[in-house]
Design a protein around this ligand. Structure first.
Ligand SMILES: Nc1ncnc2c1ncn2[C@@H]1O[C@H](COP(=O)(O)OP(=O)(O)OP(=O)(O)O)[C@@H](O)[C@H]1O
Ligand SMILES: [Mg+2]
Length: 251
């Protein structure tokens, strides 16, 4: 190898090494940026979910502690007007006010975080189903084989997830039956729901941006709990929601 060939070879090797180092550096920057984006997205999701729960809680408290007592006050005043309390119109007003108070209390319960009223999501979802009479519209079976304590935060998230699944089944599935199965493995909490309704195509809905807020909120809440969601459904074959949540996120 003469001197010219030698220096060409050295330049070639040097250029290759420099290009390689630059490529590694850029890959490292990209991976770091991607991780940072993921971390920021997760933080945003967490604060959005927390803010929305705080807002619901504030509205529920306002309804329960301010508006309902206010209406009850009006009812008492009406009753105290001498000579008028037996008047049919006053009775009708009293009845209407009592109905409003009942509805407000129900609304307050259903939007408030579960921890205010219930001990756990299973009680909460049973109450939700009965309160709205959904068990009279289709058979809803809850199979529960768990003993794990979810803790306040996860209880609330799982309750909201099940609320949306039950609502979706009632609104869209035209199903006769809905089975909600809750079980656990050593490391995970498993939630599986199955209906026998008209079904839908999850990927199609997402592609055509047909999703409302419901599926998105289920995805976000599962994500928030570091879990996984798989929706198995095709037209005319019912819908199945499969959720796995690591136990490290509970308690
Ligand atoms: N169990 C189900 N059976 C049949 N179709 C379903 C079922 N669950 C969801 N879908 C379909 O997926 C779509 C998206 O559901 P999603 O909960 O995101 O929105 P929505 O229920 O229409 O509105 P929102 O939840 O915002 O009130 C529904 O419009 C419906 O077509
Ligand atoms: Mg919905």
């Amino acid at each position: 190898m003469d001197t010219q060939e030698g220096s060409f070879f050295t330049t070639y090797i040097l250029t290759t090494v420099i290009l390689f180092v630059v490529a590694i550096y850029f890959t490292y920057i990209l991976v770091r940026q991607h991780k940072q984006n993921l971390r920021l997205a997760k933080q945003k999701l967490t604060s959005e979910i927390k803010a929305s729960e705080a807002e619901r809680s504030a509205i529920a408290t306002e309804l329960h502690n301010d508006i309902a007592p206010h209406l009850i006050g009006i009812k008492m005043r009406l009753a105290s007007i001498e000579g008028l309390s037996d008047h049919p119109q006053v009775e009708a007003c009293n009845h209407a006010i009592s109905e409003c108070v009942k509805q407000i209390k129900n609304l307050s319960r259903s939007i408030s975080p579960i921890s205010i009223y219930m001990l756990n999501f299973k009680e909460g979802i049973r109450y939700f189903i009965e309160q709205h009479g959904y068990n009279e519209m289709m058979n809803i079976e809850i199979i529960d084989e768990t003993t794990v304590d979810l803790g306040k935060e996860a209880n609330n998230q799982v309750y909201r997830i099940l609320q949306e699944i039950v609502l979706n089944t009632i609104k869209h599935a035209q199903a006769k039956d809905l089975v909600i199965e809750i079980s656990e493995t050593e490391k995970e909490l498993l939630i599986r729901t199955q209906d026998n309704g008209v079904g839908f195509t999850f990927a199609d809905n997402k592609r055509k941006k047909m999703s409302g807020m419901g599926l998105l909120s289920i995805e976000n809440r599962v994500d928030y709990l570091n879990g996984t969601l798989i929706v198995n459904s095709e037209a005319n074959s019912g819908a199945q929601y499969n959720i796995r949540i690591p136990k490290s996120m509970l308690g």
